[in-house]
Write a protein that binds this ligand. Structure first.
Ligand SMILES: [Zn+2]
Ligand SMILES: [Zn+2]
Length: 414
């Protein structure tokens, strides 16, 4: 879940440490802890007695021949039980080396060896416990790229050795109406990768098989991470609203999300309009795919395109001229919000009624939506603009992001 720019403009907080540089929590199972606001911890999950996957075949008859009992070891790969990560011990604190025990691999889980992990603004929000749901020690990171190293007994659709990506979600129930109709991101049991569990600023991570998505050939693992959260957040609106290639699309904000949205809109075939308040970004917006750039600080910028756009995706988190933006929409147009502006939006009823317009929003996307995005990016050679940091420099990278200097997404490399 991308929370665009949320907290990014806050002054840098004094980092708190006061802990040993290496912290070991033998036997600590994060799944057994209780989240703030929860009366009880997360639902206990069935776990097999061991981490191996065995299937026992008894003696029987196959095509008339007697078969001998044997053991079929479907997955000979043994998952690691100790993971090495970087964790914050308290809200706003520095990330420190952290080792934790993950226990047995659950039947639906896969283990992924992390090669890269993007940093999202939501990581900063969780680090600062802005949403009141962070649990410490906390391993951030939910734009993971890596290789499958072990499969649980009921993990499907993946192979050991396969390259995959993991985003905001680590699991969903796979049984509710939303999951069964392909909207897993809306599942009430959807669990965030860094919510009540540890994320990808680590050597390994475990997630439910459905949320580890195969990485197509042609995507650079060092650049693909940001697609898994920030990318799908701005790609989903094209799917949700069935946007055609002849549509005219506006993107508000040219940053971590907007710079990807501009590329998606251009390669989707749309007429692309970028909205910015920064003159310095106008040329870059055109390079990223904008046919037109509108500086909303200039008077009349919105009036010049009244009634033109079919979709606007707003990626920023500051109050906007909602009546003015609704006026730029063509009849039946949609203003789609993905930037987590905390102040309520002021929406004039007649701005919606006249022209039958809509105001919408969405979080990330389903596993199949992520697949479509990855395939789309591989086909059109789309990649986020990234800056690479070694995993060991995670604190420098977070500070870079907090200072608003990221151009445009940061990626940690193991
Ligand atoms: Zn995110
Ligand atoms: Zn569900």
């Amino acid at each position: 879940m991308e929370r665009a720019k949320l907290g990014a403009r806050e002054a840098c907080r004094q980092s708190r440490s006061g802990s040993d540089s290496t912290l070991v929590t033998p036997g600590a199972s994060i799944r057994n802890a209780t989240l703030p606001g929860q009366r009880h911890g997360p639902k206990p999950r069935h776990r097999p007695a061991g981490g191996f996957r065995f299937r026992i075949q008894t003696a029987g008859r196959v095509n008339g021949a007697i078969t001998q009992p044997d053991f079929l070891i479907a997955n000979p790969t043994t998952p690691m039980t100790t993971y090495h990560a970087y964790a914050a011990q308290s809200a706003g604190g520095l990330l420190e080396p952290f080792t934790y025990d993950v226990g047995d691999l659950a039947p639906e889980e896969v283990e992924v060896q992390v090669s890269h992990c993007g940093i999202c603004h939501s990581d900063l929000s969780m680090l600062d416990n802005e949403w009141g749901m962070s649990r410490f020690p906390l391993v951030l990171g939910h734009e993971v790229i890596g290789t499958v190293t072990a499969l649980g007994a009921q993990a499907k659709g993946l192979k050991v050795g396969q390259k995959v990506g993991v985003g905001w979600s680590a699991s969903s129930c796979l049984a509710c109406h939303e999951c069964l109709s392909g909207h897993h991101q809306l599942c009430s049991s959807n669990q965030g990768t860094i919510v009540g569990r540890h994320g990808g600023f680590a050597d390994r991570i475990r997630v439910q098989w459905a949320w580890a998505r195969p990485l197509p050939e042609g995507l650079d693992p060092a650049k693909a991470g940001p697609l898994l959260c920030g990318g799908i957040t701005v790609f989903s609106p094209f799917l949700v609203h069935g946007i055609s290639s002849t549509a005219r699309v506006g993107i508000i904000g040219i940053g971590g999300l907007g710079h990807m949205a501009l590329q998606f809109a251009r390669h989707w075939g749309c007429e692309v309009h970028a909205f910015t308040t920064s003159e310095s970004k106008e040329a870059e917006a055109r390079q990223l795919g904008a046919h037109y750039v509108h500086n909303t600080k200039r008077d009349g910028a919105l009036k010049g395109i009244a009634g033109r756009l079919n979709l606007i995706i707003s990626t920023i988190n500051v109050p906007q001229d909602i009546p003015g933006l609704l006026d730029t929409l063509a009849p039946r147009g949609v203003l789609h919000v993905v930037g987590a502006v905390l102040k309520p939006l002021e929406v004039p009823a007649f701005g919606l009624i006249t022209g039958q317009k809509s105001l919408a929003g969405s979080p990330t996307g389903s596993p199949t939506a992520i697949d479509l995005l990855l395939e789309f990016c591989a086909r059109h050679h789309i990649a986020p603009t990234t800056e690479l940091f070694p995993m060991s420099k995670v604190n420098d990278a977070l500070e870079h992001l907090r200072a608003g200097k990221a151009r445009y997404r940061l990626v940690l490399q193991n």
